[in-house]
Structure formats: structure tokens, C-alpha cells
Design a protein around this ligand. Structure first.
Ligand SMILES: C[S@@+](CC[C@H](N)C(=O)[O-])C[C@H]1O[C@@H](n2cnc3c(N)ncnc32)[C@H](O)[C@@H]1O
Length: 468
């Protein structure tokens, strides 16, 4: 196959995907969202973006467009363009900390000159304009006249939803209560970016500290990053981390993702669900609201539980009043105090840890289980590009669709986020796992992986185990 015919095949795939998207929108008598207008997740055109047919077509479109660029571009340009990601992320964190998105929201569609955007923070307007221009060139913000910027669909997704004056007056509370990606972007542009800068040094020094994040932030090898984050001097980092994680789970909750996998109704009425490493406890809260006879035990470190309690008091006080929820300080490496519970939920816990540590965590749960206990892990699964062996394919829910040629079987750039996450978790000392990894680690900890639920439109899965 010549590269010209590959280009044509890719364009054809894109054309088919656009036909599909336009067809769905035409049937609903609306048009796909514009890049140039602020993001409104509740607008019908955005809601239609969650339609499975549209999502599948968008995946093909993104995969084909990225492969088209990689095929057409000079290889040196392709290699060098990768480094754009580093300053882009640093610029994005900076503009988020300077509350630029909120200032521009208040300015409206006529936009604002950079001198006025820089005025509340008194930063150098010339440098800010250069950063915004770099972002605008990458479709984040628009420059509608020289040095005059407005929000677009992508930049406005970072809106913290508060008046800019409030954000500047109480900088320490800027991120509190925000559900957009701002906390996540600020964390990515800080701890995560710094960690990637020393990834190579960590790999090339097998006898030294293996976690790039511990190296970058000067964390002692013997201390876990979670414990380090709980030190008083890291209070702001810890707050930001919790808000970022919470925002991530709120976006999932908006899609009802927790109910699209494991069937929580199979837990007995009055049964006990333990949310291990619960964070704000938002996952168990969502489940308890739908199944209010369930007794919930939220486990985490004490300071995190204080925030979880507030979250429950604000969002589901009835369950607290009925004594149906408990907040239990517990280190999940120690013997599990909740014996014979009906289900253990661990969302985004095991990916923080190495295989060895994950075995220890799951062993503690297995020791405390009864025969009917369900283990539900909510994690991303790293797709293997090669065909899975028959033993893996035999697990209900294990198989997934692969992309049509000439696309990469795993949909290439459209699935890149999961491989980014895997690298990010490596920085942290953890990993995202393939199905074979999950089977292996569960087995070592005394569990059998019995089912995988793939959540439509989401990268993450519910991985269900029972005592082996
Ligand atoms: C990535 S967050 C996930 C939070 C929550 N499950 C969610 O989905 O939003 C990981 C959580 O594990 C908790 N954690 C870390 N180490 C722990 C330990 N040894 N024992 C109990 N909780 C721990 C952290 O405090 C944090 O809340």
C-alpha cells in the first residue's frame, strides 16, 4: 500500500465519521458544537455528543486525523512537535492560576486586551500575550484582534465558575467546590510536569529512587507520597489533589458511569459496602442515593475523611441521620476491620501502587471476605495491541472492538490518554494495568477476576473479583 492510498483511506474514514456525526445532529435538528463558543455541557448539542453513535464516530475521526497528520508530516517536524506539549501544559497551568478564563468569561464575546487581563495579577502583559497566543494557536482561547483574547469551547472548560474578584480575593479557596478540569490541569502542570522532567534519570539509575515524582519533589524514599502530601506544608497540594480527583469522579457521575458496570442492586438490602480509600466518598454516596438500604463504610486517612464527612453532610445528610454511613480511619495495608462485608469498592486505588503493594492491599480485603463478597475495582484497562490469549478472552467483558485498517488497532491517538495515564502513574510509583496484569495480581491476592464491565464512552472499567 503506498502512502498516498493510506492518506486517501484515512480521509475516507474521516469523511464517513463526519457523515455519521452530521446525520445524528441533523436528525435532532441541531448542529455539532462550535470550537469558537464557550462550552456549555448542558446544551443539547453537547449532550448529543454523548450519544454512543456520535462517540464512536468521534473516536474514529480523532484516530484518523492524528494518523493522517503523522503520515503527511515531515518526521523531524513530528518529533519536534511533541515537545510543544511541555510548554503548552506550563502555559495552561499559568493562565488557570491567573484566572484568565474567568476574566474572559466576564468580558464576554468582545474579548479583552491582554493589558486588562494581566492587570489584576500584575504579571507582564507581553509575556501573558505570548502564552495566550501559543495556546490560541493550539485551539485553546481565540485571539480575535492583536492582543485581544476571548474564551472558546476548550478554554472555557477550565472555568472555575466563580467571579474573578472572588478568586483573586481568596486565592487559597480558588479551586474549592470546582468541578471543571482546573484543579487537574494545575496539578498536571505542577507535580506531574516536574516528574516527567526526571523520568529518564530515574530509568537510567536502577539503584536509585524509581518514582520520578519522589525524585522531582524531594520526597524521602521511605515515605509514601500520600503521607508526604498530608504534611502541613503540603496542605495546598493535598487540597488540589482531592479536588482534581473529586472533579474527575463528578464528571463520571454526570454520565451515570457508576451504574453502567457492576450491578449494585445484587447487594442484599441492608448489605454493607466498604469504599476503600474513599477520598471525598462521592462514589459510595452516589450508590447509596440510588440504593438507600445499603450501609456504607467510607475508609481513608483521618484528614481526608473530614472532607468526606462534609461532602456527605452537604449532599446526603439523611443517610448520616439514619446512621447508615460510617467514616472509618483505616490504612488499607493493615488488617481490614470490616469482616464479611458484601462488597469492597476501590476506585482509582490500585493504580497508585506497584503490583507488590496491590497484592498486599487486596490480600487484606480477601482475608476479611466471605464467600459472597464482591471486589469491585474501578480502573482503566490498558489495551494490548496484540490479540489477547484465549484465557483472557474467556473472561466475560474482556473483549473490545478494534479499529478498522489502516488505523492502529487500539485507535491510536484516540486512546492515547490511557497510555499517558500509565506514564503518569509510573511517576507516582503506580501503574495502569492490562487485563493479564489484573488477573495475575488478583490471583496472587486470593481473588478470581470473574467479569469486566466496559462503560460505554468511558475509558475505565469495573473489574469484578470474587474470593478464589
Ligand atoms: C486516587 S484517590 C481515590 C479516591 C476515591 N476512591 C475516588 O475515586 O475519588 C486515592 C485515595 O486513597 C487514599 N489512600 C492512600 N493511601 C492509603 C492508605 N494506605 N490507606 C487508606 N487510604 C489511602 C488517599 O488518601 C486517597 O483519598
Amino acid at each position: 500500500m503506498t502512502s498516498v492510498s493510506t492518506l486517501r483511506l484515512l480521509v475516507n474514514l474521516m469523511s464517513e465519521a463526519v457523515d455519521t456525526i452530521e446525520g445524528v445532529y441533523a436528525t435532532a435538528d441541531t448542529t455539532p458544537p462550535s470550537l469558537n463558543t464557550p462550552w456549555n455541557p448542558k446544551a443539547p448539542s453537547e449532550e448529543l455528543g454523548q450519544n454512543p453513535i456520535v462517540m464512536e464516530a468521534k473516536t474514529k475521526l480523532v484516530a484518523a486525523a492524528a494518523q493522517l497528520v503523522a503520515t503527511a508530516r515531515n518526521p523531524i517536524s513530528s518529533i519536534l512537535s511533541i515537545s510543544d506539549g511541555v510548554p503548552l501544559l506550563a502555559c495552561l497551568r499559568t493562565v488557570s492560576e491567573l484566572n484568565v478564563v474567568e476574566i474572559l468569561r466576564e468580558a464576554g464575546p468582545q474579548g479583552l486586551h491582554v493589558n486588562e487581563i494581566a492587570s489584576p495579577s500584575k504579571v507582564d502583559p507581553d509575556l501573558l500575550a505570548r502564552m495566550l497566543r501559543f495556546l490560541a494557536t493550539n485551539h485553546i482561547f481565540c485571539e480575535i484582534a492583536p492582543d485581544v483574547f476571548v474564551n472558546n469551547r476548550i478554554s472555557s472548560s477550565l472555568d472555575k465558575g466563580k467571579p474573578s474578584a472572588v478568586l483573586f480575593n481568596k486565592p487559597e479557596e480558588r479551586l474549592a467546590g470546582t468541578a471543571t478540569a482546573a484543579a487537574l490541569v494545575e496539578m498536571l502542570g505542577d507535580e506531574v510536569l516536574k516528574s516527567f522532567a526526571v523520568l529518564t534519570e530515574a530509568v537510567l539509575d536502577p539503584n536509585g529512587e524509581q518514582s520520578p515524582m519522589k525524585r522531582a519533589l524531594g520526597v524521602n524514599s521511605s515515605e509514601s507520597l500520600f503521607n508526604w502530601m498530608m504534611r502541613p506544608e503540603n496542605k495546598n497540594r493535598a487540597n488540589r489533589f482531592n479536588i482534581a480527583i473529586h472533579g474527575d469522579s463528578q464528571r463520571e457521575q454526570a454520565l451515570g458511569a457508576i451504574f453502567k458496570g457492576f450491578d449494585w442492586s445484587q447487594l442484599p438490602s441492608g448489605g454493607i459496602l466498604v469504599d476503600v480509600g474513599c477520598g471525598m466518598g462521592s462514589n459510595s454516596l452516589t450508590i447509596a442515593k440510588k440504593y438507600p438500604t445499603l450501609r456504607i463504610v467510607n475508609q481513608d486517612f483521618g484528614p481526608v475523611l473530614q472532607k468526606a464527612k462534609i461532602h456527605w453532610q452537604e449532599n446526603f445528610p439523611e443517610h448520616i441521620e439514619k446512621n447508615l454511613v460510617e467514616f472509618q480511619a483505616h490504612d488499607f495495608f493493615l488488617p481490614q476491620p470490616m469482616k464479611g462485608t458484601d462488597a469492597f469498592l476501590l476506585r482509582h486505588i490500585t493504580h497508585d501502587w506497584s503490583d507488590e503493594k496491590m497484592v498486599q492491599i487486596l490480600q487484606r480485603l480477601c482475608e476479611a471476605s466471605k464467600l459472597t463478597t464482591h471486589l469491585v475495582l474501578i480502573e482503566h484497562i490498558v489495551p494490548s495491541v496484540a490479540e489477547e490469549p484465549a484465557s483472557i478472552k474467556a473472561i466475560p467483558g474482556a473483549t473490545r472492538s478494534t479499529a478498522p485498517a489502516p488505523l492502529l488497532p487500539n485507535f491510536g491517538a484516540a486512546s492515547s490518554a490511557i497510555y499517558f495515564r500509565d506514564m503518569m502513574m509510573h511517576n507516582f510509583g503506580g501503574k495502569e494495568r492490562t487485563i493479564a496484569n489484573f488477573v495475575n495480581v488478583l490471583e496472587k491476592a486470593g481473588w478470581k477476576l470473574v467479569r469486566i464491565h466496559r462503560i460505554p464512552g468511558m475509558e475505565q472499567c469495573h473489574i469484578v473479583g470474587v474470593p478464589a
